[in-house]
Design a protein around this ligand. Structure first.
Ligand code: SF4
Length: 323
């Protein structure tokens, strides 16, 4: 891989869901959950993917891992399109590309101990010789800050933060290079959120991991992501270096997301108008710029504007008629 080639490159990824109605299942429309999304993640880096719920960010994360089959586009892992991989090749890629879910409890088998779960994974993928499995389980638990005796416990015996550590260690057991972190801290208390974010940062350094960090909260992404892409109704509307996106947002939607972040300093409040209204129905999105019915800077021509993610002189990209 050349030094400039991203570890993972997503080009025009699409996921459309047909919607049917009535007894005969007549096609009533299409939800364009992911509509030509392009992203790029470099080795050892974190890309944040942010937006309100229903914007398509979770579908994008699952589609790029082929947990959901995409409608179109390309996902290049080290230059190879994994959307064209055979089932055998896909099994190999799945080892390298893993996911951590928001609610690890729902994806853990309640009848199997954590040690049993890790043993199954290590055996199935032949990660270490059978004799070394027990030591490897202890080592893995240590990596995420859990004592070896936790291997004998069942998922219900853990707190929310500990369960998320188990979700992370389950993904790490197969020695991946890239993790999709799908809202990994949003179900946790604020103090626990900080611990998990710090753990993820530490693991990234120690294990040279790359992350796609999906969150509805820009404030959380600001803590962990090198670059950030902001999604609205299936499309990326702004992307670039996180510090720039957060401190000098270009797109009116990004500005509104930032205005919604609580500020401890009262003098900083209400600098920008927070977002009004809900995300429109993605089966019938507004014409032109999908954001125009909610945009405080909308102009008449925005309702017929054709989506175009334009590169700015500082390298950021923005999809807005104002630029
Ligand atoms: Fe607002 Fe128009 Fe820009 Fe859309 S294109 S974000 S409506 S100014």
């Amino acid at each position: 891989m050349s030094s400039t080639q991203p570890l993972l490159e997503v080009k025009n990824l699409q996921k459309h869901f047909p919607v049917s109605r009535g007894f005969w299942g007549k096609k009533a429309g299409t939800v364009r959950a992911v509509d030509s999304v392009s992203l790029s993640i470099n080795s050892g880096k974190t890309l944040g993917l942010v937006g309100e719920s229903g914007c398509g960010k979770t579908t994008a994360g699952r589609t790029l891992l082929r947990l959901i089959e995409p409608t179109g586009g390309e996902v290049l892992y080290r230059g190879t399109n994994i959307l064209k991989a055979s089932p055998a090749e896909l099994r190999n890629y799945r080892r390298k590309l893993q996911i951590v879910f928001q609610d690890p409890y729902s994806s853990l088998n309640p009848r199997i101990t954590v040690g049993g779960m890790l043993k199954e994974i290590l055996q199935f993928h032949k990660i270490v010789p059978v004799k070394q499995i027990s030591d490897r389980i202890n080592e893995l638990l240590g990596i995420v800050g859990l004592a070896p005796e936790y291997a004998h416990r069942y998922p219900h015996e853990f707190s929310g933060g500990q369960r998320q550590r188990i979700g992370i260690v389950r993904a790490l057991a197969v020695e991946p290079e890239f993790l999709v972190l799908d809202e990994p801290v949003s179900a946790l208390d604020v103090s626990i959120q900080a611990q998990i974010l710090n753990l993820l940062k530490d693991l990234q350094k120690r294990l040279s991991l790359s992350y796609l960090f999906i969150s509805h909260a820009l404030s959380v992404v600001d803590h962990i992501a090198d670059e950030t892409a902001v999604m609205y109704l299936g499309r990326v509307v702004e992307s670039g270096e996180t510090s720039r996106v957060v401190s000098e947002p270009l797109h009116p939607y990004t500005k509104a997301l930032i205005a919604a972040v609580p500020r401890p300093d009262p003098s900083m409040r209400q600098i920008r108008e927070p977002l009004a209204g809900d995300v429109p129905n993605s089966m019938n999105p507004p014409s032109g710029c999908h954001f125009h019915p909610r945009c405080p800077q909308a102009r008449p021509e925005c309702s017929t504007w054709i989506y175009n993610l334009k590169e700015m002189p500082d390298g950021r990209k923005v999809a807005c008629n104002l630029y």
